[in-house]
Every structure is written in C-alpha cells, then in structure tokens.
Design a binder for this molecule. Sequence first.
Ligand SMILES: *Cc1c(COP(=O)(O)O)cnc(C)c1O
Length: 380
Amino acid sequence: MKKEYLLTPGPTPLPPQISLAMARPIIHHRTPQFQEILKEVNLGLKWVFQTTNDVFIISSSGTGAMEAAVVNLLSCGDTALVVQGGKFGERWTEICNSYGIKAEIIDVEWGKAIDPELIKKKLAANPAIKAVFTTLCETSTGVDTDIAAIGKIIKETPAVLVVDAISGLGAVDIKTDIWGIDMVVSGSQKGLMLPPGLGFISVSPKAWKLVESSKTGRYYLDLRKAKKALDKNDTPFTSSITLIIALNEAIKMMQKDGLEYIFNRHKTMADATRAAMKALGLELFAPTAASNGVTAVKVPAGIDGEKLVKTMRDTYGVTIAGGQAELKGKIFRIAHMGYIAESDIITGLACLEKVLTQLGYKFNLGAGVKAAEEVFLKAA
Ligand SMILES: *Cc1c(COP(=O)(O)O)cnc(C)c1O
C-alpha cells in the first residue's frame, strides 16, 4: 500500500471540503444562485488580495493571467522592465517578446533577491519604461522579492508595478494597496488550495488607464469585457462554475483563520523545513530571502537529484519537486504552501531521510525530523 503526499509548489493538496464542494451537481452560471456566489467570491478575493481594486477571474492557469496583464497594459513597441531571477521571471520576458514589447531585463543571480535600488536606477535611466514585471515568490529558486520596497520606488514614477504572486498569494504577505501594486496576478493551484484552472488579476486605477489605451489585440483576455461583467457579478464567458464554487469555500476557510495566522503558519513550516535541512548538513539554494512558500535545497555532491525525487514519489508516494531548467538535478524543492500541514512536512522529511540514506548520503538518521519537531514545538 502506498499513501500519496503532495509537497510540490503547485498543484497543492485539496482540503476534503473543497473536493466535496466540487462533487455537487453543477448549476447554471447565468442564475441568481450563481451570481450570489460570484458576489461573495469577488468580495472575498479583495480580502485575500488585500485590495479595494477589482480582482478579475480568468479561466486559465496562472500564465493566462500573466498574459492578460501584458496584453491589457502594453502595446507593440512599448518598453517594460522585467526582474528575471528564475524561470518565472523569464516567463514575463517571453510573454512580452511574443507581443513585440521591448523587455529590458534585470538579470538577478538565481537564488538571490533583487536589490530594489537597481529598479530605481533603470527607471531613471529609461523614462520609456511603462511597466515593471516582478515575481513575489520565484518558485523555481525559492526566493521572495521585497515587493514593499519596489512598490515605494514605483509609486513615485509613471510606471505601473505588476507582481506575479501565483505561488506567493495565500502563503506570504502581499499588501496590494499599501505597497502600491498596480496588478497582482495569481492562480488557483498553489496557496489557495484549489485545483489548477483559475487565474486572477487585480487592477489599480493607474493600471486601468493603460488597459483602456493598450492597442494590443485581445478578445478572451480583454479586461474591458471582464469589467462590464464584473460590475453585474457576472463573467463575460462561461464561468468555471465548479472551481469558483470551490474558491468560495477556500476563501471562507481562509477567513476563519485570518491572514496573519495563515502567514505565520507558513513561516513555521518554512522554518521547520530549513532547520531540518541544516541538521541534515544540506545547503539551502537561497539562504537569504528564502520564501516561506517553498524551500529549495542543493542536492549534495555524489547524490543523483533526479533519482532522489523519483524514488520518493514512485516508491514511497511522497512527491516533492526537482529543479527546473538549469537547476534540473541540482536542487530539490519542498513546498509548504496551501493545504500542507506540519504532519505532511514531518512525513516528507522522514521520507527524504530514508531515500537519502538509501542513496548513500551520510548523516544522523532522524536529525532532520528532530530539528523540525523542535521548531514546531516552539511554535505550538
Ligand atoms: C506556478 C507558477 C507560474 C505558472 O503558473 P501556471 O498555473 O502553471 O500557468 C507562474 N509563476 C509562478 C511564480 C509560479 O509559481
């Protein structure tokens, strides 16, 4: 018998009440019954995003919401600034390139966070920059970006700030309005405890001016259509009814806990995971600015990183993530976001220790679990 544990930074496990909500018979979306749900969800999303701005729901994975941000803000020939410190930063550049938008890139060493002053310099040097694209939690490296500091800088300029919070939202704090973020983009399958399939995008009044002036062709992702519908608690096309009903449940669960509790819970799991790695003699990939949503760890010398991940999953049912792109085989990533709890972390760590031992890595068996337990005990 093999029991499955999902410890990846998307998709994340589903709470049973969410699965049950999705098992209910489908209802029609153009009904007062569904509109009532959408009304609750629209308000709930503002709470999750910590904003009074509109938050639009798109039927797509997170990348669809990223593309929606680009096409609604910018036109061919415009210039954007992209902070690129991992695979998801690169995605902003790739989307811009697809639409003929010039992406000026700030390359950040993978595993490090950007110094916000670099953005200030770039903006001062090139006033043509209309939008700055960043990532809250760079899931590929396990780094969190100081969005508060970046927001302060961009507020004083005509440029808009766009943040990919696809994995960050619901795991680490993001104060959309207080930090002055013009667009926050997210997705359903990470911190929000839902299956993949929903994208989200919040839009500030400053960003909305660009939405109205963008000359990029758009149809399904046109936020002007979405706005007309949103004002009537509707969506322009068939809503992802089942997922939106599940989202309503997820937001209610989150509201019961409160955001502060949720962020602290994620921090404790991250602290425990990091303490465990240290006790095992393993090195964090991002020792500074490590995210509370996911921990990236260097595969120790002489150990086959891909085999480690594969054995944990295929033999023992514990799925963690490997490295992406240039980090393939070089790191592994343990997620602690969404519906992942202390007990899952302990199970994951125990399995990691077992497979590391089998692959020949030397350490005190149980040291990682013990270090994590100590963090959990302190927080209890
Ligand atoms: C998962 C993720 C994405 C991609 O989202 P999809 O839902 O796979 O389209 C983009 N950015 C970040 C930071 C992510 O973690």
